[in-house]
Design a protein. Structure first.
Length: 526
């Protein structure tokens, strides 16, 4: 139930103390009043949220409001939120349907210097015809953050290169993981959704957010393994869901201005008790205590998301958000997730973008889908750049390697959206034996060479002409793919040994004489 404005304060107090989905007992109120900085206070607020709304926010919008508005209204927070997480933000971008990244990213052995050779090998893998990095020379191949691309017309390369803001590329470190899988449905095990909160990446409002109502927040199911108990991502699809998660106050300061008198009025109503009121609070009767909560917005705040009509995230967005995502309403959910994570409201975000499976079989449809992935990735990185925030963005898809139709390896030539001429094999299905995942770490204060241990070696594993994976630790256990990314995430902090805390074996799956080949990132500042 959400309170309607026709209810009087007395009616609301009666509802809080005598009804609702979960009654707030006299004992709970007394514990709250007696221990103003204890867990009982937080528990009380959660019960208050449950009593006043038909949905649960974790934590609710009552928990945090804008310090600016609080100061203006005379109501200040009594339970300050945690500061920035000690570990960088992490976002997964799920290209749902099946991008063929091997058509763009070099995935041969020895860091792609020994690329899949021979025309037959290219046709077998469904790669662009006639491409061979060795003909270009490894150092002449286009690259971003150490990841080498086949040529200047590679779809991912064009999507990234054409959309990254000036200066972003200089602060990127990339990595690629090649792996064997049992079927294309094994791709669902590639997500690391629950790893990063377990490893200490936290947000002030929630552990995880996503733009899909699935356990991962994206369109992937979770692999078997450790996860946070009773924790599912909060779904962000538009401006209203961001307002509900963060509260108007926080977003008023940092992004979603809503600069109008009505918004300011609501914000002022939604303010909290002042220090003076807090000092007097324990002397109030139970009824007066709840009245004080009502005065500072704990009840009326529940109505805030419904105060605004449907709209895109960009209607009142900050210049940074609009610049990064181009004010494109179609990307509002990805912008919402990015904003929540980079504002430290959430510890981890999973974004899903649909339409990456070229079921018409055309090579052009596949190129356009991969180009869109590159553009979306660039937009997330641009927003981090504009906010001067580090971020680790990992890109997943359920078809990153794609075989051509070996009985009829038909190729198509077309003019791509970047104006170049491209020849690729037609789509014949997703590979059920091999895959690859890639990602980029951005840090405004570190260059590419300060992020990567070796700018010529950013790849874990590789494929030979027969499509055989060459990397033991990720050949037989697809669950080690997200662990490889988490392992490198920890390497940035010099804490890679902590991977044992979240692995299925409770050990380091990369430990041994070849451990160094799994470490792409170096310790920042080390």
């Amino acid at each position: 139930m959400i309170f309607k404005k026709k209810l009087s304060v007395e009616d609301r107090i009666h509802f809080l103390t005598h009804g609702g989905r979960e009654k707030i007992s006299r004992e709970a109120l007394e514990a709250y009043a007696a221990s103003p900085h204890s867990p009982e206070r937080r528990n009380f607020l959660k019960k208050l949220a449950a009593a006043t709304t038909g949905f649960v926010l974790t934590p609710s919008i009552f928990e945090i409001l804008s310090r600016k508005v609080l100061a203006e209204s005379g109501c200040e927070p009594f339970d300050p939120t945690a500061g920035e997480s000690s570990r960088p933000p992490v976002i997964e971008l799920h290209a749902r349907g099946g991008d063929h990244y091997a058509a763009d990213i070099a995935v041969g052995l020895s860091g792609s210097e020994d690329l899949l050779s021979g025309q037959d090998a290219y046709i077998l893998h469904g790669m662009p015809q006639g491409l061979d990095i060795r003909a270009l020379g490894f150092d002449n191949a286009p690259q971003i953050g150490g990841i080498r691309f086949h040529n200047q017309q590679a779809a991912l390369y064009r999507g990234l290169n054409d959309n990254l803001l000036p200066g972003v590329k200089d602060h990127l470190g990339g990595m690629v993981v090649c792996a064997s899988i049992g079927s294309d449905t094994d791709q669902v095990a590639l997500t690391g959704t629950h790893l990063y909160p377990l490893l200490g990446r936290t947000g002030t409002l929630n552990n995880m957010v996503g733009n899909r109502p699935t356990p991962t927040g994206g369109s992937y199911q979770l692999a078997l393994g450790p996860r946070l108990a009773n924790s599912t991502p909060y779904v962000l699809r538009n401006r209203e869901s961001v307002l509900a998660l963060g509260g108007l106050g926080i977003l008023f300061d940092s992004s979603l201005g809503l600069a109008n008198d009505r918004a300011m009025e609501i914000l002022r109503v939604g303010a909290r008790m002042s220090e003076r009121s807090l000092a007097e609070f324990t002397n109030l009767s139970l009824s007066d205590q709840v009245k004080e909560l009502v005065r500072c917005g704990y009840i009326q705040s529940a109505e805030l998301p419904a105060e605004f009509s449907e709209g895109t995230l960009f209607d009142d967005a900050s210049a940074d958000l609009a610049t990064a995502f181009g004010g494109n309403p179609n990307q509002s959910s990805i912008a919402a997730v990015s904003h929540a994570v980079l504002s430290n409201f959430a510890g981890f975000g999973a974004c899903t973008d649909f339409g990456h499976d070229p079921h018409d079989g055309s090579a052009q449809a596949g190129w356009n889908a991969r180009n869109r992935t590159g553009r979306l990735l660039a937009q997330i990185l641009n927003y981090a750049h504009l906010r001067s925030k580090p971020v680790f963005v990992i890109v997943l898809t359920d078809g990153a390697m794609r075989p051509a139709n070996q009985n009829n390896p038909e190729t198509q030539s077309f003019t791509n959206s970047a104006g170049g001429s491209t020849t690729e094999t037609r789509w014949a299905g997703d590979s059920d034996r091999r895959t690859l995942v890639f990602g980029y770490f951005y840090h405004p204060n570190y260059s590419t060479s300060q992020i990567l241990r070796n700018t010529r070696q950013v790849q874990i594993g590789g494929f030979d002409a027969n499509g055989v994976i060459h990397n033991s630790a990720i050949t037989t256990q697809v669950q080690n793919v997200p662990l490889a990314f988490a392992y490198n995430y920890l390497s940035l902090l010099g804490q890679e040994d902590e991977i044992a805390d979240v692995s299925l074996s409770r050990g380091n799956p990369f430990e041994g004489p070849n451990e160094e080949i799994y470490r792409i990132f170096r310790k920042l500042g080390g």
